[in-house]
Write a protein that binds this ligand. Structure first.
Ligand code: CUA
Length: 310
């Protein structure tokens, strides 16, 4: 599961690290400038109170030249130098061995594709440690923003254009990504889980995700498949290997392998899955997923079927 972490202040990759260093530098410069300003302001107020005459404004004052011109110029040049340096080390083009992952923003979830492996999933990206990943970012509706704080970013997901972000994870870890551009009612609940894992583990995961769904093996799960059809789930959701090919919502072929539901809003447990199906608005107000009114037997059968999608 996602571990609590320092987010952008706990960089886990080269891009996040250089942006993190720049953040600390700019914060430090800001603090120094603020303290100097506050001290000078304090001194000025106290001296004025003492009845001294204001400085002669008729000729250039050494103090103003130093504090108003020299000091800001030095601060801004230093800040610009380090900013340009950070931009230089942030890759703008992907190396040839980069893994391509397409991320498509929707209100309010993420479609995730691995084009080379023919894999489609949602709200969870897996990436191999140490290998650069070329995220190809776009949107199906409004502007969203892709951001994995520990790995760096952020970058807009645009409806009309494709952006590219190249990130590398240094070590294994599970991070929560957060949509970083206001995109409607559920912007705050538009999350994604990023799993950085060793190459072999990643390859095994990708291999599993590329399989079509196994046919349900128990009578109850088979009944659940019928409920999936009759309750209208298949209007929006696809399950590879079946005739279900709805495109409006997340692909559910390997739903049971995912850590969360509803775009990283609740953990993927039976309890939360039942609630998400029957009362989606209660889990995530404003969600475009309609609730299904099912009796207990049908709901349990449907849960069995969804839990079989491994
Ligand atoms: Cu999507 Cu904010």
């Amino acid at each position: 599961m996602v571990q609590p972490s320092g987010g952008a202040l706990d960089p886990q990759g080269p891009v996040a690290r250089s942006i993190g260093e720049l953040t600390w530098l700019l914060t430090g410069l800001g603090v120094v400038a603020f303290v100097v300003f506050a001290v000078v302001l304090g001194v000025g107020l106290l001296r004025r109170r003492g009845g001294e005459r204001p400085a002669d404004l008729g000729r250039p004052n050494r103090f103003i030249l130093l504090g108003g011109v020299a000091f800001p110029t030095v601060v801004l040049i230093v800040a610009m130098g380090f900013t340009v340096q950070t931009m230089r080390v942030t890759p703008s083009a992907a190396p040839a061995d980069a893994l391509v992952i397409e991320v498509i923003g929707h209100q309010w979830w993420y479609e995730v594709r691995y084009p080379e492996a023919g894999v489609e999933t949602a709200n969870e990206v897996h990436l191999p440690v140490g290998r650069p990943v070329e995220f190809r970012l776009s949107s199906a509706d409004v502007i969203h923003s892709f951001w994995i704080p520990e790995l760096g970013g952020k970058m807009d997901l645009l409806p009309e254009d494709r952006n590219t972000l190249v990130l590398t994870a240094d070590a294994a870890g599970v991070f929560r990504s957060q949509c970083a551009e206001f995109c409607g009612l559920q912007h705050a609940k538009m999350g994604l889980v990023a799993v950085a894992e060793p190459q072999a583990q990643f390859a095994a995961w990708l291999n599993d995700q590329a399989r079509t769904a196994a046919a349900p093996t128990t009578p109850e799960a088979r009944r659940g498949l019928e409920v999936f059809r009759s309750a209208g789930c298949s209007e929006c959701h696809a399950v590879a290997g079946t005739e279900f090919d709805g495109q409006g919502g997340p692909d559910l072929t390997h739903l049971a392998t995912r850590q969360t539901l509803a775009a990283a809003v609740v953990p993927n447990t039976r309890h939360h899955l039942a609630r998400w199906i029957t009362d989606p608005d209660g889990v995530k107000e404003g969600t475009k997923m309609p609730g299904a009114a099912l009796d207990e037997a049908d709901l349990n059968a449907l849960l069995r079927y969804l839990e079989s999608l491994r």
